[in-house]
Each structure stands twice: as C-alpha cells, then as structure tokens.
Design a protein around this ligand. Sequence first.
Ligand code: SF4
Ligand code: SF4
Length: 160
Amino acid sequence: MKSEVFYCNGLRFSCVRCSLCCRYESGFVFLSEDDLFVLADALIMKADEFVAAYCRWIPSEDGYNEELSLKEIPTGSDNFDCVFWKDGCSVYDSRPIQCRNFPFWDFVLKDEGAWNRTAAGCPGMGKGELHPFSEIQARLNERREHPVIKRIKTWTSNSS
Ligand code: SF4
Ligand code: SF4
C-alpha cells in the first residue's frame, strides 16, 4: 500500500552521467526478452549472435537456473566496464530496462536503508527531479512484466 512505503511522496533523482554504475566495479546487467531483441536490432544482429558476442550466463540464486547478463570488459585488474561503455553508453537509446529504471529497482526500494546505501555510490540519488510514487510503481511494474531471461543451468563434468 502506498502509505506503507518510504517513497510514498516520491524520490528525487537526476542522473549526472558520471558512469559510475556502468564502469569500474563488477556487476550484472540482466536482460529481458525485449531488451535482447531491441539491442540485437540496434546492432543489426540476430539474437543468438548478440548473446554469443555480448552476453554471459550467471548462476541464479536458486542454484538451478542461469540468467542472461551483458558481459564486462576487464580493462585492468580491478576495472570491469560494461561491454557497451565507450566514452558513455554506446547503446543509450536501446539500453536495457535495468539501466533505464535505475535506481527504481525492487532491491533498492526494499527500505530506506537500501536506498541510502545505494545512494552512497550514486551522486544523482536524493537530489534533482522529484519522481512521484506513481512513476516509481510503473518502473517497478515494468521490471516485473519483463522478467530476466533464464535457462536451466548447464552442468559440466566438473559441476558438483
Ligand atoms: S551512478 Fe548515478 S549519477 Fe552516475 S551514471 Fe549511474 S545513475 Fe547516473
Ligand atoms: S548498457 Fe549502457 S547504461 Fe547499461 S550498464 Fe552498459 S554502458 Fe551502462
């Protein structure tokens, strides 16, 4: 219910394009089916070619599945830029839901503490444009309506 969430009066956020969330640290950029087709179209590739070139499968928390994420480019011992970061997002108009909707993710909106911890690494959070509750809910719903692509985990002879 609206009155029960800490963001009932909206939240301030304006991206300052610092690229901190696209670069340096390792992380996952998960793709929905729509994300995959939009990105593949933008690069004039077939979906399977795009997956082979730009994606990796990440084991999911349940241990039985894997989820599709963009790759990173390790450019140094502790620098893991997104595969599409080239002096900014090179696929900005086609960027995935996860990127478009940051910081309005379930995980970040779990409670005020989670929001504040995430804000410590993002200079755009807590200031700038006021995003109303209705918009935040719409962004959360977009993620729920476009789940991340999953497949059953592929076991190798070395898997335990
Ligand atoms: S860290 Fe925040 S301000 Fe910087 S690019 Fe990402 S969303 Fe924008
Ligand atoms: S797709 Fe673009 S916005 Fe998303 S993490 Fe990669 S470089 Fe950043």
